[in-house]
Design a protein around this ligand. Structure first.
Ligand SMILES: [Fe+2]
Length: 313
């Protein structure tokens, strides 16, 4: 009997979290307690910013409606190319810091990314345009929570997982940033995105793309059947450019067909103090080695969730 009660409760919760009201408010299907924790914490960080730095004189971030934006030349091209050469060297040497992805055979993961590629890749956040855009998105300071690196391998094979249309379930007021070390275009694997308006339209029509079994590789037929516009966009990037994105909007990674694609991915949460001050407290080595696991509570100093507690869907 308890299992029946749990099943009914799970089904009710799933319906609530997939309602327009819940998605409209949080843009994810995380539990209410996690969403409330992040919402309250964001307010604290924004108040801390105003108290110390005054009212923020920046327009609203385009990320809030578009889901993704590009900043060109965020890191010197030569530095980005040197990082790619380093990854190639590690692969050729069969260095243990290079691991095959557990999810698919289409990507190789780099461990200890920040220290392996050099902490000077953090210069990307010292680029004024990048910093200003992150401030405008968070409306507060922000903290680097994790940094991961990976190489997507060229293929023409059928795809699954992140290569299908989906939205992730990250907490509200968090975002990711992809530092491109190689060119990312239609041929070399630029991520396809949908804006907020389209993401919500597809959800209202019944497409969620949350779990593997409900994800589609293509949405043109679904769009036709439900009389929806199909207008995904991608941002062509050169080595050293960054894409800042909210992955709770629909997106799909596009497999590179012509050449491999290298990316360093940053995950940010709001913070009451400047990221560099926070980094001194966190320690570069700790950030470099931190697994890509979502913190249930983003306050600095709170114990980090273990792998079993990860909520990455
Ligand atoms: Fe994703």
């Amino acid at each position: 009997m308890p299992s029946l009660i749990h099943k009914v409760a799970d089904s009710v919760l799933k319906r609530i979290r997939r309602s327009s009201l819940y998605y409209g408010r949080y843009n994810n299907t995380l539990d209410f307690a996690t969403n409330r924790t992040y919402t309250r914490y964001t307010k604290e960080c924004r108040a801390a910013y105003v108290a110390k730095d005054g009212i923020m004189d920046l327009p609203p971030s385009p990320l809030c409606k578009n889901g993704a934006m590009l900043v060109k030349g965020a890191l010197p091209t030569a530095k980005a190319i040197a990082c790619t050469a380093k990854i190639t060297e590690l692969i050729e040497k069969k260095d243990p810091r290079i691991e095959q992805s557990k999810k698919d055979s289409l990507s190789l993961h780099l461990s200890d990314t920040l220290l392996t590629l050099g902490a000077d890749i953090l210069d990307v956040l010292r680029n004024p345009e990048v910093h200003q855009n992150l401030l405008a998105y968070f409306r507060s300071h922000y903290r680097i929570y994790w940094v991961t690196g990976y190489r997507s391998l060229p293929t023409t094979a059928a795809v699954k997982g992140s290569w299908l249309w989906h939205s992730d379930s990250f907490p509200p007021h968090t975002c990711k940033m992809f530092l491109h070390l190689t060119k990312a275009t239609g041929d070399t694997g630029a991520t396809d995105f949908m804006n907020l308006e389209d993401t919500m339209m597809y959800r209202r029509a019944g497409y969620f793309g949350q779990f593997q079994k409900e994800r589609y590789a293509e949405l043109q037929d679904f769009a036709k059947d439900h009389n929806l516009p199909y207008r995904p966009f991608h941002l062509d990037a050169a080595p050293g450019d960054v894409t800042i994105c909210d992955v709770n909007f629909f997106h799909r990674a596009v497999t590179p067909r012509a050449a491999f694609r290298d990316i360093v991915s940053f995950f940010f949460v709001p913070n009451p103090i400047h990221w560099e001050e926070q980094l001194k407290l966190d320690g570069i080595e700790n950030i470099s080695k931190r697994a890509a696991i979502l913190p249930k509570d983003p306050h600095p100093g709170v114990a980090i969730a273990t792998k079993g507690e990860a909520r990455m869907m």
